[in-house]
Design a protein around this ligand. Structure first.
Ligand code: DAT
Length: 172
C-alpha cells in the first residue's frame, strides 16, 4: 500500500517529536527524527555559534533519508525544512506554540538565556512557517496550534484523517 510522506517542522519545543511518535504509534507511518539521525551518523559540517548547536550536513542527511522516503510512509521531524527535496513531502505541518508556553517548555529543557531568546524570537516571527511557504507549495503547508494536550489529540486526529483520505484518493 502506498503511504504519504509528512514533514513536521517548527521551532524547537513546539511538540514535533511528541506528535510524530504518537502518529507513528497510531498508524502505519514510520517516524524519523533528523536531529537523532545526524547525531547517530555524525552528519555534521560545522558549528552554529549563534544558535549554539552543530550544523547538520544537509546533503548527507538527504542522502541518508532518500531510500526510506522513496518507499513512502515516513514522518520526518526537523526544525528546518529548506534543504529537503520539495517532491519528498505530500504534506508539511508547521507546529506552533504560544510564546509564553514555548518559553516554559524550553526553560524546562535547561536552555540558556540566549537560546531561549533565539528560539522564542524564531516562533514570534513565524520563521519556520515562512520557510515552509518558501520551500513547498502553499496548498500542502498547514499550521497546527500545539499549546495543550487537547491540541495534540486534535492534531493527531486531523493528520490521521488526512492520511486515510490520501490513501483512498490514491487507490481510486
Ligand atoms: P520538539 O520535538 O518540537 O522539540 P517536543 O515534542 O520535544 O518538541 O515537546 C517539547 C515539550 O513540550 C515536551 O516536554 C512535551 C511537551 N508537549 C508537546 N506537545 C504538547 C502539547 N500539545 N501540550 C502540552 N505539552 C506538550
Amino acid at each position: 500500500m502506498l503511504l504519504p510522506n509528512i514533514l513536521l517542522t517548527g521551532t524547537p519545543g513546539v511538540g514535533k517529536t511528541t506528535l510524530g511518535k504518537e502518529l507513528a504509534a497510531r498508524s502505519e507511518l514510520k517516524y524519523v527524527n533528523v536531529g537523532d539521525l545526524a547525531r547517530e551518523g555524525q552528519l555534521y559540517d560545522g558549528y552554529d555559534e549563534e544558535y549554539d548547536c552543530p550544523l547538520v550536513d544537509e546533503d548527507r542527511v538527504v542522502g541518508e533519508l532518500e531510500n526510506q522516503v522513496s518507499e513512502g510512509g515516513i514522518i520526518v521531524d526537523y526544525h528546518g525544512c529548506t534543504f529537503f527535496p520539495e517532491h519528498w513531502f505530500h504534506r508539511v505541518f508547521v507546529l506552533q506554540t504560544h510564546n509564553s508556553i514555548l518559553y516554559k517548555r524550553l526553560e524546562a529543557r535547561g536552555y540558556d538565556e540566549k537560546k531561549l531568546t533565539n528560539n522564542t524570537h524564531c516562533e514570534i516571527f513565524q520563521i519556520p512557517y515562512e520557510q515552509a511557504l518558501a520551500s513547498y507549495k502553499v496548498e500542502i503547508v498547514h499550521q497546527l496550534r500545539n499549546d495543550e494536550p487537547e491540541d495534540l489529540e486534535h492534531n493527531i486526529n486531523e493528520i490521521l484523517k488526512w492520511v486515510e483520505q490520501w490513501i483512498k484518493d490514491q487507490s481510486s
